[in-house]
Every structure is written in C-alpha cells, then in structure tokens.
Design a protein around this ligand. Structure first.
Ligand code: SAM
Ligand code: SF4
Length: 513
C-alpha cells in the first residue's frame, strides 16, 4: 500500500498467518490482569445476580435509594445494578426511566449529538460467527477504500449531508494496517468541501471502531488526532466468546480484547467507547460485566468509558446467528438495558445506532441516550455509490440497519420534543477529554460549554444545509437556548457568546468554546 507515515515501531506483516501469530503482545495483557485474575470476575457476576434474584424484587425503598445515588451522579455498585435488573413493577420501572432522563438532562442537557458511520474496509481475517465481514463468508463483496474513494464519501457526508463527526469502521486485516488507518483518518480531516451554501465544510472529529491494537499502534492513532477509540467486547461471557470467535483468529483472544482500553490510556487515547453485542449471551450478565469493565478502567486510570454503545444482533450476510441465538433481546429488555446503564454510569455518553428501528431510538431519547447516527449507510462506498443514502445491499455491508432516517429528519424529530441536535466537536479540540471531561460532566460544568457549542454548530448546519421548514422549526429552540445561556452565564461571557453567534450567522465557521 502506498503509505509512508513515519511510524518506525509499526510491524509489517506479509501475510495473514504472520499477522495472526505476531500481533498480540502478551506483556501488554498480563500487566492489567495482576496475578492472572481477570477484572471480568465471572464468579462475582454470578453470585451478585443470584443474591439479588433471591431478594424480594420491587423493593421500593431500596430502588429509590439507588435512584438517588444515580441522581447524585455516582457510579453504581454491581449489587445495586442487579437490584435494578430484577425490577418488574411497571410503576417502579417508570420511575427508573424518569430518573434516567433526569440524570441525562443534568449531565447532557437537552442535546443529542449526531454522527455517521463510515465503513472504510470489510477485509477481515477473523471469523466472528454473527458478522457478514467474517473472512470465510464468500458472499461478501470485499473492498478497502482508496484515498480518492474516501474523498468521494466525504464529499457526500460533509458536503451534501452536513455531518461533522464520523466513526470510521474497519475489519481486521494485514492490508488495512495501522498506517492505513492513520492515512485514511488524515485524508478525512484534510478533505474540505463546499456546502450547498458555498461555505467550506469538513469532518471535525473522527472516532474509530476497529480491532484492539498494541500500544505503539494506538500512539499512532493518537498522533493523527482520533476522537474516541471504540471496541465492542461482543460478549463478556468467556465460553460464549470463545465459541463465537475461533481460537486460531486474533479476535479469539478474549484477554487481548478486554485489555484494549487499558492500552489506549497508556497510549494517550483517553476517550474510549465500550459496548456489548446484545443477543449473544444473557443481557443481565453483560450489563454487570460492562460495569466491572468501567470500574476497572476507573481504578487504573481514574477515567471510565467516554461512551457505551448498545449494538443488538441484526441479520447479516451469510450467517443465521442473529435469528438462532437463544439470547436475543426483546424490545422491552433492550429499553431496560439502556435505562439501567444510564443509571449505573451517569456521566458516560450512551450511543444507540441505526441498527435499531426508529420507534426504539425515539424511546431511547427519553431514557438517556446521548448520541445517535443518522443518514447512515454502512455499505463500503455506499454514500457515493447509492442513488439513495438509505439504500442497503446486504452483501456489501456488515448487517442490516433498522432506522433509515436522514439527518434533516432527525433534526426535526428532536425539535418536536424541544431537543437540539449538536455537532459539537469542541471538547476534544480544546483538550477536554478523558479525566478532564469526566470531571466536568460529573459536576454539570461541561453542559454549559456544550449548550453554547450546540447552538453555534446547529446554526451553522441550518444556514449551510437546512430547508426553510427545518429552519423555522429549530429557530425557537435556539432562541430558548440563548435565553437560558443569558441567565446561566456571567454577562461578559454571554456577550462573547453572542458575538460568536452573530459571526456564525454572518457566515464565519467553526467558532467554539
Ligand atoms: N472488526 C472490528 C472488530 O471486530 O472489533 C471492528 C468492528 S465491526 C466492523 C463493528 C461491530 O459491529 C462489531 O464489534 C460488532 O459488535 C458489530 N456487529 C457485527 N455483526 C453484527 C450483527 N450481525 N448485528 C449487529 N452488530 C454487529
Ligand atoms: Fe471481522 Fe469485526 Fe466482523 Fe469480526 S466483527 S468478522 S473482526 S469485521
């Protein structure tokens, strides 16, 4: 590949077998499993769930005590999460949902951050049983984008839709090395295009969803300026993990995957995004495991995950796992999972992707979701090849999407419930990442910056991309936000905010706090 980034530490692999053998660095695992003990403590999870199941469910006083703790923006204990898992009383469940929304409002106000997935390569040496990209799926049409093709995708994403935040997604393959990741990310950042208004626009934050990497490789991604590094654990239940991810693949190594975020922190990538692929194993087990993972990161680095995602199994090319798994999660349980996660780790961003149907995502807005993707197309080169962005082609993508709504539709949906879509990327560009942003979120301080940045970025998007109808729908919300900012901020700071706002309205771009 024509990649010439200065990364002397990166190993080069001539073939897939070599790649498999040499990629995993055992010392980088062992360091975070002292005495060989894993932080995903199977016995602890099982005994906690069993103990809670033996107690009377729906103990109002106990549940309300736990909810009070969430409202104080404190991470819950495993036993507390297990108590919430067992709630079945409709009234108590409703209280849990209402509290989840209050927590979200305190930490993130009425904003929903939007982004788009950008699938860059579906070459993969792994054979995950549920995934259309797995190496032995002959039906899948394989492709890795060239830099020119990537720019065509950005022409649509940034220039036609107006996205500012992407998650770049890759399979795991020696051809798509860390250098390829770095070159593609740099290409995305460098490609500035014109919006319909004529304003110069581009992608301001590239998050990455890719396989776990060694520390040296993660440092390369840090250098190129990635936002969040996402790795979904798929399932924390080791026997299930080992069954679905063959032992002779890189992904078959459970410990390499579970320790990835520890390596991220060492490499300076301090915004990490974890997730479970719900439907592979008992969701109750997974929920407690997510908490143990978050708490272990807090223990080592004082920082929990920046985001938690909730991918749920979807139909995919060449596999029947999504239909045959005995652990498929119902809609009610899915909403309960999101609610409990919001309560358990109150400061963390929660992402519900377009895998979910529109009605489920709308409900998630009321229980604490903070980010969603829209105008999403996950076929490789789908944005620039397909006549309609919502088109899907199962053999060109990883799985099928459930919510085809466009960014403009999402802005309108949010506006109808008084919410503001935000394109803010200021946090990481101002160094508010990792522990710094966690503290700001826990105290509600970050909310003030976000509120202003949400207004500025939404006004930019309205001026550059929106129809007159959408502009009219959002204008009162922007006015309300500015009125609230006037009350919340010191007068001299509010004047600076208004100065920025007027400059945006006059055509300046990318002003932020
Ligand atoms: N190849 C990298 C890896 O496995 O970590 C990148 C991730 S993959 C391209 C993105 C995520 O999609 C996976 O981690 C998995 O959770 C999810 N996924 C895979 N197959 C899926 C399916 N059938 N339905 C829903 N999500 C799926
Ligand atoms: Fe490859 Fe990731 Fe799909 Fe597994 S989930 S087959 S690693 S792309």
């Amino acid at each position: 590949m024509p990649v010439t980034l200065p990364c002397p530490n990166i190993r080069h692999f001539s073939n897939a077998a070599d790649f498999r053998k040499n990629f995993i660095i055992q010392e980088q695992i062992d360091k975070y499993l002292p005495g060989g003990k894993h932080f995903i403590d199977d016995a602890l999870i099982r005994s906690t769930l069993a103990k809670a199941a033996a107690e009377p469910a729906n103990d109002k006083a106990r549940v309300r005590e736990i909810l009070a703790k969430s409202l104080a923006i404190k991470t819950l204990e495993p036993a507390e999460v297990a108590t919430l898992i067992n709630v079945t009383d409709p009234e108590l469940l409703q209280e849990m949902r209402e509290t989840a929304l209050k927590v979200k409002q305190f930490v993130y106000d009425n904003r929903i951050v939007v982004f788009a997935p950008l699938y860059i390569s579906n070459l993969c040496v792994n054979r995950c049983a549920y995934c259309g990209f797995r190496g032995d799926n002959a039906q899948e049409k394989r492709r890795m984008l060239t830099m020119d093709e990537l720019k065509e995708e950005i022409d649509v994403l940034a220039g036609k839709i107006g996205h500012k935040r992407l998650i770049a997604v890759y399979g795991e393959h020696p051809l798509t090395s860390t250098e390829y990741y770095a070159e593609t990310i740099q290409t995305i950042y460098d490609h500035v295009v014109k919006a319909p208004s004529g304003a110069p626009v581009g992608i301001r934050r590239v998050n990455v969803n890719a396989a776990p990497l060694p520390i040296e490789d993660l440092k390369v991604l840090h250098e190129v300026g990635i936002g969040t590094f996402q790795v979904f654990q798929e399932t924390y239940h080791r026997p299930t993990y080992e069954k679905l991810h063959p032992a002779d693949t890189i992904k078959g190594n459970y410990d390499w995957r579970t320790t990835c975020f520890h390596r991220c922190q060492e490499a300076g990538v301090d915004d990490v995004g974890l997730g479970v692929l719900y439907g592979l194993y008992d969701w109750r087990y997974e929920l407690l495991a997510v908490l143990l993972h978050s708490r272990d990161l807090e223990k080592w680095f004082g920082i929990g995950p920046h985001t938690i995602s909730f991918p749920r199994l979807q139909p995919a090319s060449g596999t029947d796992v999504p239909e045959t798994s005995p652990y498929l999660v119902s809609d009610d349980d899915f909403l309960k999972i999101v609610t409990i996660t919001r309560l358990a780790v109150p400061y963390t961003g929660l992402i519900v992707t377009a895998r979910e149907r529109a009605e489920i995502r709308d409900l998630c807005m009321d229980i604490g979701m903070t980010q969603l993707d829209c105008s999403s197309n996950i076929a490789i080169k789908g944005y620039s090849d397909f006549a309609n962005i919502a088109d899907q082609e199962i053999d060109r993508q990883q799985f099928l999407l459930g919510d085809p709504r466009s960014l403009e539709e999402m802005v309108q949906v949010a506006a109808k419930t008084g919410r503001l879509v935000s394109f803010c990327t200021a946090g990481y560009r101002c160094g508010r990442t990792g522990g710094c942003i966690m503290d700001a979120l826990k105290t509600g301080r970050e909310g003030k910056f976000c509120k202003i940045n949400a207004v500025l970025t939404m006004q930019e998007w309205l001026d550059d991309f929106a129809s007159p109808d959408t502009k009219a729908m959002v204008a009162p919300i922007i006015q309300k936000e500015l009125d609230e900012a006037a009350k919340m901020l010191k007068p001299e700071f509010f004047q600076v905010v208004m100065d920025h706002y007027r400059r945006i309205c006059a055509g300046e771009r990318d002003l932020f706090f």
